[in-house]
Design a protein around this ligand. Structure first.
Ligand code: COA
Length: 194
């Protein structure tokens, strides 16, 4: 049976933003590359935009990344590109585990630096919650971030997630350094509606 996350609309609108599913085509890779090419790699140490370089150095490198990411989500996920006023500003990846745990996993998120501090991560997270609990029938949502990623931890906490615990040395950065991984969740019973 097809995972219900695969039935989501290709464009999801929030008050200020749109989340669009983009196919890994050369045109879309150019669009993403143009949006991120001037970003500072240091800003994406905790969640790289690209596996090879933290920030891709060519549209072709971005295309390869998009192809890999579309394989990752083939069975049970979606890649959502975030747009503000028609401009691409970020990305989220979601998986839905359609087993008895009914878990929506918010796996990755990044925004271009100029979009930080405006509540955009929060706004897309709220929209994902609504979809998870009201459309997909999720019972829980999970998120993770490094203990060192203060901005991400603040964003997740401010969205009302519960810190389940810290998986010591449970994550690894691109430079092979291990990090302590904060594990967060929100249950349907804690969802207040959006
Ligand atoms: C993690 C990341 C997405 C968080 O972005 P963010 O903009 O800080 O997150 P939020 O959407 O929760 O915004 C909160 C900030 O917006 C401000 N804000 C402004 N308008 C707001 C609004 N309407 N609603 C909510 N917050 C608002 C808040 O005051 C807060 O500012 P502060 O951090 O200066 O206190 C971003 O830092 C990022 O892309 N980092 C690099 C990649 C990364 O590390 N990803 C996470 C991997 S786990």
């Amino acid at each position: 049976m097809t995972n219900p996350i695969k039935q989501l609309p290709k464009i999801i609108k929030t008050a200020r933003l749109e989340m669009r599913q983009l196919e890994p085509t050369p045109e879309n890779a150019q669009l993403v590359f143009d949006a991120v090419k001037n970003e500072s790699p240091a800003d994406f140490y905790f969640n790289r935009i690209c596996n090879t370089n933290l920030v891709p150095v060519s549209a072709n490198e971005m295309l390869k990344q998009m192809q890999i990411e579309s394989q990752w989500i083939a069975d049970n996920g979606v890649n959502l590109y975030i747009f503000h006023n028609g401009n691409l500003i970020g990305y989220r990846r979601l998986y839905f585990h359609d087993d008895p745990t009914k878990t929506l996993q918010m796996a990755a998120v990044w925004l271009v630096r100029s979009a930080w501090g405006r509540g955009f991560a929060r706004e897309t997270s709220d929209a994902v919650e609504k979809i998870a609990f009201e459309t997909l029938g999720a019972n829980r949502i999970t998120r993770q971030c490094s203990v060192d990623n203060v901005r991400s931890a603040n964003s997740i906490r401010s969205s009302g997630f519960h810190l389940d615990g810290i998986a010591r040395q449970g994550g690894i950065y691109h430079d092979d350094k291990l990090y302590d991984n904060m594990i967060w969740s929100k249950l349907k019973s804690e969802y207040k509606g959006k």
